[in-house]
Design a protein around this ligand. Structure first.
Ligand code: PGA
Length: 251
């Protein structure tokens, strides 16, 4: 009932020339990948080129951040309307790197989610605990705080269409992937928090796992009942590995 989503998070990688090389390598590989939604989350400078190069394909294009205000004196920022004007499909919000290095708070993320929705952008909200928080048995408390505050401004329809990426910070870029049991438990918990706001919507909300997803561990993670896809960092930078993960989502 929930179509899997495989989203590649390029972070601060790829010039336009490199992005064009990537997409011309990827499109033939995913041409026939039925039953899975694909997205690439790219730096601002790559957005227009990737929107143009993916038009008519099964790959949608997401930004990696945006500002919550419609416009204003916010030097260096980009608004939701600026993204939707150039046919960007959506935006990743609250990645742990943005929370850590750019001070993104749950309250600001709640506003960003609302602004994205008002501009017609899809959104992927990232949540997850640090290694220390997991060791101290705080995972559920951390997820509860991030979700209760982050989702505060969304109605049921927005919740149903939202994508939430559970990304344990200790697994991001480390090669230390969560076990199937940890991933399922956390993603089921995320769904239960959405259900606490709106039970019916939570059945439609897609929940992704992220953190060292590779072609050789994707099938197991993507087969878990509450995992509806993956947010992929390092392995999304090469067409072959990204396409292999997409294939694992439908096998
Ligand atoms: P990774 O990154 O796949 O390289 O661990 C995931 C992410 O940061 O979204």
């Amino acid at each position: 009932m929930r179509t899997p989503l495989i989203a590649g998070n390029w972070k601060m990688h790829k010039t336009v020339a490199e992005a064009e090389r990537f997409i011309s390598g990827l499109l033939p590989l995913v041409y026939a990948a039925d039953g899975v939604d694909l997205a690439i989350c790219v730096p601002f400078t790559d957005l227009q080129a990737m929107v143009d190069s993916t038009r008519g394909s099964r790959v949608s294009v997401y930004a990696q951040n945006m500002h919550q205000a419609p416009e204003g004196a916010f030097t260096g920022e980009v608004s939701a309307a600026m993204l939707s004007e150039i046919d960007v499909h959506g935006v990743v919000l609250g990645h742990s790197e943005r929370r850590e290095y750019f001070n993104e708070t749950d309250a600001v993320l709640a506003e960003k989610l609302l602004a994205a929705r008002s501009a017609g952008l899809a959104a992927i909200l990232c949540v997850g605990e640090t290694g220390q928080q997991r060791d101290e048995d705080e995972t559920e408390a951390v997820l509860t705080a991030q979700l209760d505050r982050g989702l505060a401004l969304l109605d049921a329809e927005a919740l149903a269409e939202l994508v939430i990426a559970y990304e344990p910070i200790w697994a991001i870029g480390t090669g230390a992937v969560a076990t199937a049991e940890q991933a399922q438990e956390a993603c089921a918990f995320v769904r239960s928090r959405v259900a606490a706001v709106h039970a019916e919507a939570a059945e439609s909300t897609r929940i992704l796992y992220g953190g060292s997803v590779k072609s050789d561990n994707a099938a197991e993670l993507l087969g878990l009942p509450d995992v509806d896809g993956a947010l992929v960092g390092g392995a999304s930078l090469e067409p072959e590995s990204f396409a292999a993960i997409a294939a694992a989502a439908v096998s």
